[in-house]
Write a protein that binds this ligand. Structure first.
Ligand code: AHN
Ligand code: ZN
Length: 326
């Protein structure tokens, strides 16, 4: 019922403001270019996160996973992207064949200058960080770990249809990120993670694909999220970190985007940097207290782990960056 009401209010908000973007208008008298950055709609983004979670755990080779993949491709198509479905059979570290599907939505596909936005859409089949060991083989919903980044990017896609950017944007939804070594396996092979991105980086959806830079979103909907400069992002794409954190500060989100060094994450951006050589950062919470966030790889990574102000800070910052690229 709560969600039904939220959806109704969201629909009403379009009637109220006619779906127009608000913000900086062209009152500037200098010849400096004034960009009208659209508003990131959090009701919409929240709904896109929930729509994924409603399929259930999107674990590899499951019906929920495949149905969610169809939903994501259809949404990108609906918002006017040229959609690529990149399917591959990828072996997990246990030797299981995973039916992987990277889903790519290209906006303004003819543009030479491009920005790539990434998130993973699969969820982890094991809650192996749960405080209760009896849950360690239970699949997770991955509301924050997976669905949050994808939800933000679907909202970006919706906005791109209403107000195109100057540069081309590729929304790249990666599969099979979260199949990395189970904590009981005794293994810690970083290549067991991020199978979809490793495949995409070797075999991009378009031959010779390149982008000016990439931004990966991972766990961008949690309470008290603080984003610091992630370690590998700093090694491979320091100026992109500066660009994004500066954009956040410009619009007042420097309380979320803290301009200081943070820990490292073996995440999709690492392979995109190393294999595809596209300078790519990871927007991911680093915390002294937890690994990434309180409910990371636990059965509590559900819709209650999602908080709207964090989605807003990340989504609005992302828009600030991409609408200011020429
Ligand atoms: C490791 O902790 C080794 N990798 C984290 C990558 C990840 C998992 N992102 C989301 N889930
Ligand atoms: Zn994970």
């Amino acid at each position: 019922m709560k969600y039904l009401l939220m959806t109704i209010f969201w629909l009403m908000s379009f009637v109220a403001c006619g779906g127009q973007s608000q913000g900086t208008e062209g009152t500037d008298t200098t010849d400096k270019h004034v960009v009208n950055v659209p508003q990131f709609n959090t009701d919409s983004a929240f709904y896109f996160v929930k729509a994924q979670v409603d399929f259930g755990p999107r674990i590899m080779n499951s019906t929920a996973h495949d149905d969610c993949g169809d939903y994501l491709a259809a949404k990108l198509e609906q918002y006017g992207a040229k959609v690529y479905n990149q399917r591959a059979d990828l072996p997990s570290y246990e030797g299981k064949m995973l039916k992987a599907r990277n889903i790519i939505g290209a906006f303004n596909p003819e543009a030479k200058r491009r920005i790539a936005l990434f998130a993973h859409w699969d969820s982890r089949p094991w809650a192996d960080n749960d405080p209760d060991p009896s849950k360690h083989y239970t699949p997770i919903l991955g509301a924050n770990d997976g669905a949050s980044g994808v939800g933000v990017l679907l909202e970006v896609a919706r906005i791109l249809q209403q107000q195109p950017t100057t540069v081309g944007i590729d929304i790249i939804l990666l599969d099979a990120e979260d199949m990395g070594n189970h904590r009981d396996s005794g293994l810690s092979d970083e290549k067991s993670w991020c199978l979809g991105s490793q495949y995409w980086a070797r075999t991009p959806h378009v031959e010779g694909y390149n982008a000016r830079f990439g931004i990966l979103l991972d766990m961008v909907g949690g309470a008290n999220a603080r984003f610091q400069y992630e370690y590998y992002s700093e090694q491979y794409a320091r100026d992109i970190n500066r660009k994004v954190w500066k954009a956040a500060k410009t619009i007042g989100y420097d309380n979320y985007f803290v301009a200081e060094g943070g820990g490292g994450a073996t995440d999709d951006h690492l392979f995109i940097n190393q294999i595809a050589h596209i300078p790519t950062i990871d927007i991911i919470p680093t915390s002294q207290q937890y690994t990434f966030f309180e409910h990371w790889h636990t059965v509590k990574d559900d819709m209650d782990a999602i908080t709207v102000p964090t989605l807003k800070a990340v989504g609005q910052t992302l828009l600030q960056v991409i609408y200011n690229e020429r």
